[in-house]
Design a protein around this ligand. Structure first.
Ligand SMILES: *[C@@H]1O[C@H](CO)[C@@H](O)[C@H](O)[C@H]1NC(C)=O
Length: 331
């Protein structure tokens, strides 16, 4: 009995210590989320199983705005951007054309992003005390997104580097992967047939070969496809299919990294290329210099304000056509 009481007391003490630490924020890290798009983005946040919800699960972020969220030690979860959101005048339900989380409200409250959506995925203080993070296009993408750790100096070398997809894949999206809006909306500055997101082949066709399921559920049997290579060529550091781990998972020493930035539409000049050294994912370019892409600011809302240059549009279409031709020739 005495032993049991002692266990209870020390458990109680442990709980008090954990509470004190999380209240004082000793172990916490932060995500600073910035919207550099020319249109409003509504970030969504979903905590992984066993991780607590952050202070918000969804909010509105106007162009140019930033918001910082605190995350406790060991947090895992994902962040993404919802676009073209509005509240229905009759039902009062809040929905988004891309990244919708199904909650009917600005807060996602545990709802997941409807694909296609560009995802920033985190596991803080995981195996070996490392933070793991990646940007995933496995289910497709809806807007350019950059994740950058705060670490500098030696800690920022190798795999502890910015990752993301800096280019607007909507403009270049192959025809059979496109998500288009079906009606125009003056409020959202979007026209019918505008491409608002780009599906992955798994999402578009659902076949085991593209989804790495069934007999393709292993790194040796699931190979890149012409479709996944469209994403990988444009965004060499982002996940383009389920087993793209080797070039797409980034890690920072958890103890040396207190903050991450997540930027929507970071622009294509925002990150210097790191000096090649070890064959780590961080040595890959964030943007493929041999491809010319339009920047993310050209999506919908900003389209009226800043018409895309016709030359970059033409190059994008040419590249897309070549990629698809190559894909057709291979299959
Ligand atoms: C850049 O794109 C070209 C053409 O699509 C491709 O052959 C090349 O492998 C890509 N480079 C990287 C680093 O992804």
């Amino acid at each position: 009995m005495a032993a049991a009481a002692a266990v209870c007391r020390s458990l109680g003490l442990f709980v008090v210590v954990v509470l004190a630490v999380s209240v004082t924020g000793v172990w916490s890290k932060s995500f600073t989320i910035t919207n550099n798009c020319g249109y409003t983005v509504w970030p969504g946040v979903l905590s992984g199983a066993g991780s607590p919800a952050l202070e918000t699960t969804g909010f509105e972020l106007p162009p140019g705005a930033s918001q910082t969220l605190e995350a406790p030690a060991g947090w895992s979860g994902r962040l993404w951007g919802r676009t073209l959101c509005s509240t229905d005048a009759t039902t009062n339900k809040f929905t988004c054309a891309t990244g919708d989380c199904g909650s009917g409200t600005v807060a996602c409250g545990g709802g997941n992003a409807a694909p296609p959506a560009t995802l920033a995925e985190f596991t803080l203080d995981g195996s070996g005390g490392m933070d793991f993070y990646d940007v995933s296009l496995v289910d497709g993408s809806n807007l350019p997104l950059l994740v950058a750790p705060s670490s500098s100096g030696a800690a920022a070398a190798g795999n502890c580097a910015p990752t993301g997809c800096l280019v607007d894949l909507n403009a270049a999206c192959p025809a059979d992967l496109r998500v288009v809006v079906t009606s125009s909306s003056a409020a959202a500055d979007v026209n019918a047939d505008d491409v608002v997101a780009c599906k992955s082949a798994c999402l578009a066709f659902g076949s085991p070969e593209y989804c790495c399921s069934g007999e393709y559920a292993s790194p040796t049997t699931c190979r890149p496809s012409a479709y996944s290579e469209f994403f990988k060529n444009a965004c060499p550091r982002a996940y383009s299919y389920a087993y793209d781990d080797a070039t797409s998972t980034f890690t920072c020493a958890g103890g040396d990294t207190a903050a991450y930035t997540v930027t929507f539409c970071p622009g294509t000049n925002s990150v210097k290329s790191s000096s090649p050294s070890s064959g780590a994912p961080g040595d890959l370019p964030l943007i493929n210099g041999t491809m010319a892409f339009a920047g993310g600011d050209q999506q919908v809302g900003a389209a009226a304000a800043m018409p895309p240059s016709t030359t970059s549009r033409t190059v994008v279409l040419l590249v897309a056509a070549l990629v698809m031709l190559a894909g057709g020739a291979m299959s």
